[in-house]
Ligand binder design. Structure first.
Ligand SMILES: [Zn+2]
Length: 320
């Protein structure tokens, strides 16, 4: 079991603990439940789907990276395929707050990147903020999406977002999670092709700025993200944030590898300038702070902060 789940798992009711232990203990667990696992958990715990999703929220919240707010939010997005996807808020210390990913966005992006085509419900441990209500209104589920919160009756997005403004007000017919292919031709190496494939499935009906990103991890795995645009523009989710959020939800911490873009004889002048003595002073400071931190969750957060900064460094280099 990943250490980040230990505390939340220990606080679960005994029946759920016994039923969920094999799932969580599986090294392949990547914060997604299959329909078979959901059915088995419901049968073993005698909980209905809404109550089971609520009971699992502490585990979703354990995926949070919240060094700014220290306020962990967890969400479970339930797809019509029967899969359940965890999501959590992701904050990144020292960068603009627009980089933040909210728990609902994280769970929805997680479902979307895994090929889910429609959501029937989102369960979250705190009331959705205005940003998330608007973000969810972009989904092809529309305002019929069911929203479930602890201690509240199950409602729909229409209850949480009266007088909604959404894509249909702008005559947009292709909605978030609808299957699309923008038709960009694959080219370049595997990394470039994965980024183009992600851009082909991005949701950018307002700007037409179809965007995708592909990151290669140190273990060689490819992580991709797509741009999810919104009728209100600002709650849009950029592709890097979608990719990083999905990666963090995975059980294993992800490390990126550096990639040389230019042959040595074509190295741009700025790359041949002398490097500072400490190449990554911000990381070094963060790592020292993290190593002094006794809490597993905080260590986990800083580990991923380092990862995000690394991906951003690579990203800048790719587009320079
Ligand atoms: Zn929110």
């Amino acid at each position: 079991m990943h250490p980040r789940f230990l505390s939340a798992f220990g606080a679960l009711p005994d029946s759920l603990k016994a039923a969920f232990h094999p799932v969580l203990d599986d090294a392949q667990f990547q914060a997604v439940l299959t329909p078979e696992q959901v059915a088995s958990l419901m049968q073993q715990t005698q909980l209905d789907a809404d109550k089971l999703a609520l009971a699992l929220l502490p585990l979703a919240a354990a995926c949070a990276v919240a060094p700014v707010s220290r306020f962990n939010v967890g969400a479970v997005a339930r797809g019509v395929s029967g899969h359940w996807y965890f999501g959590a808020n992701m904050e990144f210390f020292g960068v603009a707050l627009q980089q933040t990913v909210h728990a609902e966005q994280s769970a929805i992006a997680h479902a979307w990147l895994r090929g889910e085509r429609r959501l029937e419900a989102v369960t979250v441990n705190y009331t959705p903020c205005g940003h998330c209500r608007q973000f969810m209104n972009e989904l092809n589920s529309g305002t019929d999406l069911r929203i479930s919160l602890p201690g509240r009756r199950v409602s729909t997005l229409a209850d949480y977002l009266p007088d909604a403004f959404g894509p249909r007000d702008l005559n947009i017919e292709t909605l978030l999670l609808d299957q699309v292919d923008h038709g960009y031709q694959a080219q370049g190496d595997a990394l470039a092709q994965a980024a183009i494939a992600a851009a082909n499935e991005s949701h950018a009906p307002y700007s037409g700025a179809h965007s995708g990103i592909a990151l290669r991890t140190a273990s060689g795995a490819l992580v991709t993200g797509r741009y999810a645009e919104n009728a209100a523009f600002n709650p849009s989710l950029p592709p890097l944030q979608a990719a990083v959020s999905c990666s963090i939800c995975r059980a294993k911490p992800v490390k990126t590898s550096r990639r040389r873009r230019w042959p040595r004889w074509k190295t741009p002048r700025w790359r041949s300038l002398p490097r500072p003595k400490r190449r990554w002073p911000r990381w070094a400071a963060i790592s020292r702070r993290a190593s002094r931190c006794a809490k597993t969750e905080a260590r986990h957060a800083f580990q991923h902060l380092r990862y995000l900064l690394f991906t951003k460094a690579v990203h800048r280099r790719e587009i320079s």
